[in-house]
Design a protein. Structure first.
Length: 345
């Protein structure tokens, strides 16, 4: 059996663990072949594939990023894109495809599955916002990086009696902000699920200062919005959109910091963690989860159980319907957020 694997969307710690696991399981466990597709869906459209063997994946487990490369290509927005994918799958005698990605990459996979393409999905996103799985690999690395940054910012905040605003990733959901904020002892955490009241934020900071704490840490997700703006408005770097209609976010930390300083008089600085959160070597948790997902995906392919996505439910890896996983985003558990609020101010 010949299987192709691609990685799409943003890079993510643990991708190489998945690739390695798929190759090892298919080649050694099932006697199959694996082709690596370069740069996500673009590679399958262009026919840019290469053979992957045990030597190809040797030593890649601790490496960040993806050895296959990635892109935000949407074949449904390309003239003849879907037809080229089908043609290249026939050309390279690809029996099935394993797509590793987030909501956009797996959304394409779900559509292709409806058109007869034999595909299995593996969930990948540092945002942890895919439905039907408790965790996605990459998330643990991201919150550990963000937590370490918050820990370090405490030092300068306390030394200078400053408010430090930390902008973390999270386009539509605030999982990174909540969990890193809780782990790092943040004094306020702001997420896309709940529009920001600057007055409420300032009230919390003033209360904290009134009880003798002359510094504060505010964590805000990049996709958070202000109450006094259009409810759909997010702060963006520019208005350009990618192939899936997403704008490039960034800048809410700076706006929030200025507003806090103007209203409270407290010296306020901001830090944008950006791509640091998804770069570098994956944590042990993400290496193990990526490995488990890769093995499970290979097994689904051999069983002919297509149109499914592997997922983590409790401590077990299960398969779910791909269309269900991409049907809606998994937003922050409000019970968890209410727990975080206990430590605000």
């Amino acid at each position: 059996m010949r299987v192709a694997i691609l990685t799409g969307g943003g890079d993510c710690p643990g991708l190489n663990a998945v690739i390695r696991a798929v190759v090892r399981r298919m080649v050694q466990g099932h006697g199959g072949e694996v082709l690596g597709v370069s740069h996500g869906w673009a590679g399958l459209v262009d026919g840019d594939v290469e053979q992957l063997d045990l030597r190809s994946v040797s030593g890649i487990l601790p490496k960040g990023g993806t050895i296959l490369g990635t892109s935000r290509t949407n074949p449904f927005k390309m003239e003849g894109g879907v037809e080229k994918i089908k043609t290249n799958m026939e050309r390279f005698k690809i029996d099935a495809l394993i797509a590793v990605g987030g909501e956009d990459t797996l959304g394409v996979a779900a559509k292709l599955c409806d058109m007869g393409v034999k595909v299995v999905g593996v969930p990948k996103t540092i945002d942890n916002d895919l439905s039907c799985t408790d965790y996605t690999f990459g998330f643990d690395t991201a919150i550990n990086v963000a937590t370490e940054a918050i820990d370090r910012l405490h030092s300068t905040a306390e030394s200078h009696n400053r408010v430090m605003v930390v902008e973390v990733m999270g386009r539509h959901t605030g999982w990174i902000a909540v969990e890193a904020g809780m782990a790092g002892g943040a004094d306020v955490v702001l997420i896309p699920e709940i529009p920001i009241s600057v007055d409420e934020v300032c009230k919390l900071l003033v209360h904290r200062h009134d009880r003798g704490k002359d510094f504060s840490i505010v964590v805000v997700a990049e996709g958070a919005r202000f109450q006094d703006k259009d409810s759909s408005h997010m702060v963006v770097q520019d208005e350009k959109v990618d192939a899936f209609g997403h704008v490039r976010l960034g800048g809410i930390g700076a706006i929030l910091a200025r507003a806090i300083e103007e209203r409270t008089g407290y010296e306020t600085r901001y830090t944008v963690l950006g791509h640091i959160q998804r770069g570098g070597t994956p944590t042990a948790f993400d290496r193990v989860l990526g490995t488990r997902f890769g093995v499970a995906a290979a097994d689904l392919v051999v069983k002919g159980d297509f149109g499914k996505m592997v997922s983590l439910q409790g401590n077990k890896v299960r398969s779910v319907e791909l269309k269900d996983a991409v049907g809606e985003l998994k937003t922050v558990d409000m019970e968890l957020y209410e727990m975080a609020k206990i430590f605000f101010g």
